[in-house]
Design a protein around this ligand. Structure first.
Ligand SMILES: *Cc1c(COP(=O)(O)O)cnc(C)c1O
Length: 305
C-alpha cells in the first residue's frame, strides 16, 4: 500500500485528508503511483479529493438499495435467475467513486462458515442458475477458499455459471496464479470473469497477459466500466478503451452511469451527455465493441437501459 505522505497534495490541508480518510480510507498500489503521473486520469480514480466531503441532495449511503436485497450469508438477489455473493469486504484499491463504500461489510468477512449459509440458500432456490462472486473483490480470497466456493457451487445441480467481478487482474496481474487458472479451467461450470477497467492506459502488457491467461481457461472475459468525469468521459477515450480491451481478448459489457454514493458527485456525468457519447461510440465502433449503457436503480428488475 502506498505511503499516505505521498498523497499529501499541496492544496489539501492535512485535516482535510484526515477527514476523507475517516470516511473512506485511501488505498492504492505502489505500481499505480509509479506508473502514472499525479494528474493522470487513471490516478484520479484512487486519489482522495476534497470534494468528497461535499454531498449534494441525492447522494447517500445505500445508492442502489443493496441493504434491502441482502439475505443471510451475504447473498444479494435483485434479479431473476442470478444472485450475487458478497465474498469479502476487501479490495486491492479503493475506487473513490465506490458505490459500496458504506455497505455494512463488518459481517461479510471471507469465511467458510458464512459461505455455508449463502450456499444453503443457493441450493434451496431452484430459480437460480448463475452466481456472481463479488465483494469487495473476490480475488482477495486465497485460492483455497476460492476453490472451495467453486467446488461447492459446482455441486449444486441447478447452477450453470459462476461469474467473478474483479479488479485484481488490472491492479495486481500477478494475482492471476496457476492455481486460480486451474480453478477456472477445471470446473464443470461456465465461467465468466468481468474486469473493471475504465481507461485504456490501464491495459499494460502485464494486464493484457493476465487477461489472455484467463481467457485461455475457456472463460468468457468481459469488462464493466463506470463513466467518470475527467477520467473517461470522452468518446475518443472510450473508443480506445474498447479497442485495447479487444486486443487483450476482453469484450466491453456495461458502461455504468455513476451510482450516487456519498462523496462521489465530482465524478458525475449527466445522462444526456452519456447518451451523446454512446451515440458517437455506436457510429465509430463495430457493434461488439459498444458497451451497454447501464444504470442501477433501486427496485428495478434489471440494470440495462
Ligand atoms: C449487477 C448485479 C447483477 C448482475 O446483473 P447483470 O445484468 O446480469 O450483469 C446481479 N445481481 C446483483 C445484485 C447485481 O447488483
Amino acid at each position: 500500500m502506498a505511503e499516505l505522505s505521498a498523497l499529501q497534495q499541496p492544496y489539501y490541508e492535512a485535516t482535510t485528508l484526515q477527514q476523507i480518510e475517516q470516511l473512506f480510507p485511501v488505498r492504492l498500489s505502489k505500481e499505480l503511483l509509479s506508473d502514472f503521473k499525479f494528474d493522470h486520469p487513471v490516478l484520479k480514480q484512487y486519489l482522495p479529493d476534497a470534494r468528497e466531503l461535499i454531498n449534494p441532495d441525492g447522494y447517500g449511503e445505500d445508492p442502489v438499495g443493496d441493504r434491502e436485497a441482502t439475505s443471510a450469508g451475504g447473498l444479494l438477489k435483485k434479479y431473476q435467475h442470478r444472485a450475487l455473493l458478497i465474498t469479502t469486504n476487501t479490495c486491492p484499491v479503493h475506487c473513490r467513486y465506490c458505490f459500496r463504500k458504506d455497505y455494512p461489510y463488518s459481517r461479510e468477512t471471507p469465511n467458510q462458515h458464512r459461505y455455508e449459509t449463502a450456499l444453503a440458500a443457493v441450493k434451496k432456490d431452484h430459480s437460480l442458475n448463475e452466481i456472481i462472486l463479488s465483494g469487495g473483490d473476490p480475488l482477495s480470497l486465497d485460492d483455497d477458499l476460492l476453490s472451495y466456493l467453486f467446488t461447492s457451487l459446482a455441486a449444486i445441480e441447478h447452477i450453470q455459471t459462476v461469474r467473478v467481478h474483479t479488479k485484481f487482474p488490472s491492479i495486481y496481474p500477478r494475482r492471476v496464479t496457476d492455481a486460480l487458472l486451474s480453478i477456472l479451467a477445471t470446473t464443470r461450470l461456465n465461467t465468466v470473469v468481468v474486469l473493471h477497467i475504465n481507461h485504456p492506459d490501464e491495459i499494460t502488457p502485464s494486464v493484457k497477459y493476465a487477461a489472455e491467461q484467463i481467457k485461455h481457461t475457456n472463460t468468457t472475459t468481459l469488462n464493466q466500466a463506470v463513466l467518470l468525469r475527467d477520467v473517461n468521459d470522452a468518446t475518443d477515450t472510450l473508443a480506445e478503451l474498447s479497442h485495447r480491451l479487444f486486443s487483450a481478448g476482453i469484450l466491453p459489457y456495461y458502461l455504468h452511469l455513476l451510482d450516487k454514493a456519498r462523496g462521489t458527485h465530482h465524478f458525475h456525468v449527466e445522462r444526456a451527455r452519456a447518451e451523446i457519447i454512446m451515440q458517437q461510440l455506436k457510429q465509430r465502433l463495430p457493434g461488439y465493441l459498444v458497451p451497454k449503457l447501464a444504470q442501477e436503480l433501486s427496485g428495478h428488475a434489471s440494470k440495462d437501459y
